[in-house]
Design a protein around this ligand. Structure first.
Ligand code: SF4
Length: 689
């Protein structure tokens, strides 16, 4: 619609995975702001609401820092402006040289959960069919890969089972752990708080008393890194007191006896010893969860980013199953996903080293035949490298070229000095982004891309809802939409890609990924989003999963008991405190977007460390003092902020800043199943400077 000379374009938020819909107001190709859609039905996740980022977070699209032309590294080692022809020639030459001299698996590609489904589908196709490499992954490796690994084993799909409004918004009770919901998923948190005000029970287990815990009926402070203990303890208590859902367990699950046996050691006394949870609190939480008619189990990176992250989520899934809280309204497993399109772009589109689009098995010859028929090239059938392995192999000289679309690993990887060495070791690096990010500083070629406000396609939000993204403005200067850039490189490398628009790409996705089989842009324009699985044109999509059967051949869920896991690093004399990292309301991920928005920077403009007053006093640190935080990997200087949020002995640093970067301190321990790094537990020392 148009009002005077202002254009209003309905689209989907480019920040978090709640997937709020609104209209972007623009004039003369400049974004002026975001306003609620005229029709709330067009915004199923948020009606009229948005958070502060949704309302005011768009200045970055108009930023003077935007990349407007390709950059190439010259003989002096500096990045200089170049034409698209020169930049594409350099990209093709750099990638081809490595492929010819060292083979396709010396190349790797990182897709982006910020980009559309269509762009991510093309990125994995580019990696597999054009480069011929098995190595494609994305930053979901760093956030919810452990969720995906655990839910695939227990219930079948690595995804949130339920809806934001109708289920999360209307549960009888919640167990939330490891999610700073208010600051990370503000609109979703509002739904929860509104329901709690109306009488729903909220139980929060977390080492840090995050804002949502202020609304809880019960908040339990836990020891960082020992979540399996209290989760297994809850299961044990519920079974021991016959509070489990016997009929559900009998009819809809397998392996219950194994679970019963494996949780037996987690007595209340043992849970207290391991996780610091008092028996009375454990009993109270178990009784609340067991008594409620429907419970939503919500979590985010506080549960996933551990060296036993998969075990944490297995235990959470076991608890939901044992209490019969799946396959019905108002209940379910709710991993709150981070990026706007991490569900679709980070998983569904096959931007992973172990599955093809639609989570199809790359070890299955029939599946490979199907992709070969469609692409004219057979995808590699071996499992490729995960993100952290790409960095290790770059250091070992086995990965020599990397293509990064819309991600910033120079700031998001754990142990940044390790990431720095790996990026330096690469022979050839392409970065495709909207800003000259910290990662772009290492690149041989930088390709200017489009922001969410300048592109067409789809995002899939945390509730599996595929929604349209519509361009409100044009990319600045010579910048291009990511799908156009990938198509140009593929064509120059001899592959006749001829997509006219993202709608055609979605048709190809639908033909190869059955869970998207009934999704088309045409339907999305009429139906305000579709939740997968949506298998054909008559399928209305799936509001909540597992109503009739779990995603296994026999239709039954599996209890997969979680063995006790402990942090990879424990406090010692030299580094006596435990660091945990996370988000603040006003910023997003590595801050490449929000650090460029004056209104957001005004609220939180620099990195800081939150310290419990008791700990601060013992260290002689006062509020606002400058302090040095050190770990075995490195050290940073930041401002101290005294707060009761972390408990004694625990400190918190946000992950959004390049100065005082939290990941200078985090370590190399990873979950062996999913490859997720342990961002949430590192041993540090804090001193006044
Ligand atoms: Fe955007 Fe998430 Fe805020 Fe909604 S809650 S406006 S999707 S950042």
């Amino acid at each position: 619609r148009r009002l005077r000379d202002v254009e209003f374009t309905e689209t989907t938020c480019g920040f978090c995975a709640v997937g709020c819909r609104f209209e972007v107001a623009s004039k003369d190709d400049e974004v002026l702001g975001a306003v609620p859609t005229e029709d709330p039905a067009a915004a199923p996740a948020n009606d009229f609401s948005t958070c502060v980022k949704g309302k005011f977070g768009y200045e970055f699209t108009n930023s003077d820092d935007r990349l407007t032309t390709p950059l190439v590294r010259d003989a002096d080692g500096d990045l200089r402006e170049a034409s698209w022809d020169e930049a594409l020639d350099r990209v093709v030459e750099g990638l081809t040289d490595i492929r010819e001299s060292a083979g396709p698996d010396a190349l790797a590609a990182f897709a982006s959960s910020k980009c559309t489904n269509e762009e991510n589908f093309l990125m994995q196709k580019f990696a597999r069919a054009v480069l011929g490499t098995k190595n494609v992954d994305n930053c979901a490796r760093l956030c919810h890969s452990s969720t995906v690994a655990a839910l695939k084993q227990t219930v079948g799909y690595g995804a949130m089972t339920n809806r934001i409004n109708e289920d999360v918004g209307e549960a009888d009770a919640y167990l939330i752990s490891g999610s700073n919901t208010t600051e990370s998923h503000p609109v979703l948190a509002t739904r929860i708080k509104r329901n709690v005000d109306a009488g729903a029970d909220l139980v929060v287990f977390d080492p840090r008393k995050v804002e949502i815990a202020e609304h809880a009926d019960q908040y339990v402070r836990t020891k960082p890194g020992y979540d399996i203990a209290w989760l297994n303890g809850l299961i044990r208590y519920i079974i021991e007191h016959d509070l489990h859902d016997e009929a559900f367990v009998e009819e809809r699950t397998r392996n219950f006896e194994d679970l019963r046996e494996k949780v037996e050691p987690f007595t209340p006394a043992e849970v207290k010893r391991l996780a610091g949870v008092p028996p009375v609190e454990l009993a109270r939480a178990a009784e609340t969860i067991a008594a409620a008619d429907s419970v939503v189990f919500g979590w985010a990176m506080g549960l996933t980013q551990h060296s036993h992250g998969t075990g944490n989520v297995l235990a959470m899934a076991n608890l939901a199953l044992v209490t019969g809280n799946l396959g019905k309204p108002g209940a379910g497993l709710s991993p709150f996903r981070g990026h706007n399109n991490v569900q679709g772009g980070g998983g569904d589109m096959g931007t992973l080293p172990n599955v093809l689009p639609g989570y199809r098995d790359l070890g299955d010859d029939d599946v490979l035949d199907e992709f070969e028929d469609a692409w004219g090239v057979r995808p590699p059938d071996e499992v490729g490298l995960k993100v952290p392995e790409v960095f290790d192999e770059a250091l070992a000289g086995n990965v020599r070229g990397l293509y990064v679309m819309g991600e910033n690993p120079a700031l998001s990887e754990p142990d940044l000095s390790h990431a720095d060495e790996a990026l330096e070791a690469l022979e050839f690096l392409v970065v495709q982004d909207i800003f000259r990010t910290e990662t772009a500083e290492y690149a041989d070629v930088v390709l200017p891309a489009a922001s969410f406000a300048e592109k067409d396609g789809t995002f899939t939000n945390t509730e599996r809802r595929v929604q349209l993204v519509n361009a409100a403005t044009s990319p600045p200067g010579d910048a291009r939409q990511d799908w156009r850039i990938l198509q140009a490189v593929a064509r120059q490398m001899g592959h006749g890609w001829e997509y006219d628009d993202p709608e055609e790409v979605m048709d190809e996705i639908a033909s190869l990924a059955p869970i998207y089989g009934g999704i088309s842009h045409e339907r999305l324009r009429e139906e305000n989003g579709l939740q997968w699985p949506c298998e054909d044109a008559d399928d209305p999509g799936t509001a909540f999963l597992y109503e009739a059967r779990f995603n296994f051949p026999d239709g039954k869920a599996r209890f997969v008991p979680a063995d006790m896991g402990r942090p990879g690093e424990l406090p010692d004399e030299e580094f006596p405190l435990t660091l945990t990292t996370g988000r603040v309301l006003y910023h997003w991920h590595t801050g490449t977007l929000t650090r460029r928005v004056e209104g957001l920077r005004h609220h939180v403009g620099e990195s800081f460390v939150e310290i419990n007053p008791e700990t601060a006093e013992s260290l002689g640190i006062a509020d606002a003092d400058r302090v040095r935080v050190s770990s075995a990997r490195g050290s940073i200087e930041v401002r101290a902020e005294l707060s009761e949020r972390p408990g004694p002995g625990v400190v918190f640093i946000p992950m959004h800043f390049a100065g005082g970067a939290a990941n200078e301190l985090t370590g190399e321990h990873v979950d062996p199943t999913s490859g997720i790094p342990e961002y949430k537990v590192s041993s540090v020392r804090v001193e006044r400077v």
